[in-house]
Design a protein around this ligand. Sequence first.
Ligand SMILES: [Zn+2]
Length: 102
Amino acid sequence: MSNSIKNIKISETDYKLRKNRKYYNISYNDKDSFKNLGGRWDSENKLWYINGNNPNKDKIAQEKTEIKINYEIIPNCYACNGTGESYWSDGVYGTCLECGEI
Ligand SMILES: [Zn+2]
């Protein structure tokens, strides 16, 4: 099995909430058993994950293949602390859509 590495663009705010997630390579046939162990679906990135406080995390780590994540963290707006998505579109920094600062 090849090493799985995924790139995820994420706002600074969301990164703070999600950095303890662990992502796993879960086949379609395994998704129900993974869900029963507390696995969740990240619909934005189309990946299965568990939260850092999952009580089954050791069992999952032994049985499943983890996906390594390269996070590209989009900083919040310096002026209003709005999240990255609000002033970032098509991969280019621009005017903050929340406060209008550039
Ligand atoms: Zn702003």
